[in-house]
Design a protein around this ligand. Structure first.
Ligand SMILES: C[S@@+](CC[C@H](N)C(=O)[O-])C[C@H]1O[C@@H](n2cnc3c(N)ncnc32)[C@H](O)[C@@H]1O
Length: 287
């Protein structure tokens, strides 16, 4: 809930501290700006121009929830939580309630698992999508859900966050550097070439571009430096057609191929298929 994390949030207009008002129906800043808390428990923290795009749609969020709830990505969630645990053991030793910021947090699947594994930790789930934020607000008692654009100023106080996690979601290295505690880390899980490869041709869906990881590291230059080498996480999944439909529905392919065509292509697949999951786990810190 927002009361767990309001002390690390900041006014998107000028970064002054925020606090709850009127029984937490609003957050107000020291400079006098006011942001309504939605009845579902999330708050939209956007500066003057508002938000430029909507992020994942309700259908994509529902597909994500359906797919992840079966645990097909368990090795991904385990490695992200383990990396955060490792960071917090060092950086937040002695801190009672360390803060994890998850950017592009979607349904909160990863963040909730991480908070469950780390006693006392609390989380900011940030996403630009309102349907995602509604899920996020319910994902864990110690998650505060914030609708915001990661490419703008992140509505979080300077050096307030001990770990930032980004799973298949956009990044803003300059802002990550600003909000990260001096010895904190950014943990990024990014799809690698070969991810879901068995589905690409039959479904005509997008592949992972070549050089994605290298580009990500280049973008971080001047703001963040890698900690060690990227770790490859690869495992096979046994997916039924329904799970494949959910996987496709939660990915950018949902926007690039007409839904009826996708449905026909999924129906033509075998009832059950082995599909590869493949991603790189990258850790970054302030240089
Ligand atoms: C591929 S999904 C990943 C969701 C979640 N991390 C997971 O793996 O289950 C990408 C997420 O990033 C969000 N997103 C896209 N652009 C964003 C932006 N500019 N700022 C914040 N979130 C954004 C989307 O709404 C979506 O929830």
């Amino acid at each position: 809930m927002l009361n767990h994390i309001v002390d690390v949030l900041a006014d998107p207009a000028d970064l002054t501290p925020l606090q709850g008002a009127d029984d937490f129906t609003r957050l107000v800043s020291e400079s006098g700006h006011s942001y309504d808390v939605a009845r579902q428990g999330y708050v939209t923290l956007a500066g003057g121009k508002g938000l430029n795009h909507e992020g994942d749609s309700l259908e994509m969020v529902q597909s994500r929830e359906a797919f992840l709830s079966h645990g097909y990505f368990a090795p991904f969630v385990e490695c992200v939580s383990a990396a955060v645990e490792d960071v917090l053991e060092r950086t937040a030793a002695g801190v009672d309630e360390p803060v994890v910021l998850e950017v592009g947090a979607g349904t909160g699947y990863y963040l909730a698992h991480t908070l469950d594994s780390i006693e006392g930790s609390r989380g900011i789930g940030l996403d630009i999508s309102v349907p995602a934020a509604k899920h996020l607000a319910k994902s864990h008692p110690r998650v505060g859900a914030v609708v915001a654009d990661v490419w703008e100023r992140i509505p979080v106080r300077d050096s307030a966050v001990h770990a930032i996690t980004v799973v298949f979601a956009p990044r803003n290295p300059a802002e990550f550097r600003r909000v990260l505690a001096d010895d904190g880390e950014v943990i990024v899980l990014t799809a690698d070439q070969g991810h879901l490869d068995e589905l690409r041709e039959p479904l005509g869906i997008l592949g992972v571009e070549q050089g994605k990881l290298e580009r990500m590291l280049e973008q971080a230059e001047g703001h963040l430096v890698p900690v060690g080498e990227p770790e490859l996480i690869e495992f096979p999944m046994q997916l039924e057609r329904e799970a494949i439909a959910a996987q496709v529905g939660m990915s950018p392919s949902a926007r690039h191929v007409d839904p009826a065509t996708l449905q026909e292509r999924v129906a033509a697949l075998p009832e059950r298929m082995e599909v590869t999951a493949r991603a790189q786990l990258v850790r970054l810190r302030k240089g």
